[in-house]
Write a new protein. Sequence first.
Length: 80
Amino acid sequence: MEKKDNSGVLFKNDKKETPNHPDYKGNITVGGQDYWLSAWIKEGKSGKFMGLALSPKEEYKAKPSERSKTTNFDSDDMPF
């Protein structure tokens, strides 16, 4: 399937476990960059609407706690 710029898709989130999880999830391409797209169904004065959030699709980055586990050095090796 060809990616089309400035377009995306949303699918119903069948794995929603808490109210904070999005009702719909998908992806979108904007300006040649890929993003995750999340949507929540909300209720307002004028009726129902969707709140949206984008987050960039990036390669996995280790959490700070995981990075510190992989750093092995002896304090005696430090020059100060």
